[in-house]
Design a protein. Structure first.
Length: 164
């Protein structure tokens, strides 16, 4: 089974939250690790670890100082999912021998399918490169969208919706 690590999943959540909070390149807004932890429900030490890895991968930058925090290095529409996966889980490879890998399999010298996984691996990499983190962060259902402000807030039902 092909499965991504929990840290990769958490990274996508943290990136989406940074964009949602407006911590974008060039606007001066940042978000702290404790703030991201509270907003996402992910433990603060895990958020800090995720941010460190995202920083090393060039996806976020840390801003030092009293008003410091983290912000995206570029919009999530420009960040392919494959880049996040590689940052946390390493190169995308289905088997040890994909893309000429050597020494990861005891049977590689006699394997009848050696090298034949390469097209499959390339297809998966292509698919993951074609999906951006922004696409994952978009609301999926109408009820995931924020409610628009009602035109008439004097109406009791409209006032209740605004209060929620």
């Amino acid at each position: 089974m092909l499965r991504l690590s929990k840290l990769t999943d958490y990274a996508v959540v943290v990136l989406a939250r940074l964009e949602q909070d407006g911590a974008l390149p060039g606007n001066g807004r940042v978000q702290t690790a404790p703030g991201l932890a509270a907003a996402t429900g992910i433990a603060e030490p895990t958020v800090a670890k995720v941010l460190k890895i995202l920083g090393a991968a060039g996806l976020v930058e840390g801003v030092r100082g009293a008003r410091g925090g983290y912000r995206l290095m570029r919009p999530l529409a420009d960040v392919p999912l494959s880049e996040v996966i590689v940052a946390f889980d390493g190169p995308i490879a289905l088997t040890a021998c994909v893309d000429g890998g050597v020494g990861g399999c005891d049977a590689e010298a006699i394997c009848p399918v050696r090298g034949r996984w390469d097209p499959v691996n390339a297809a998966i990499r292509g698919a993951l490169s074609g999906i951006t983190v922004a696409a994952l962060a978009q609301p999926r259902f109408p009820w995931d969208l924020p409610l628009p402000a009602p035109a008439n807030t004097a109406h009791p039902v409209a006032a209740t919706l605004v209060a929620e």
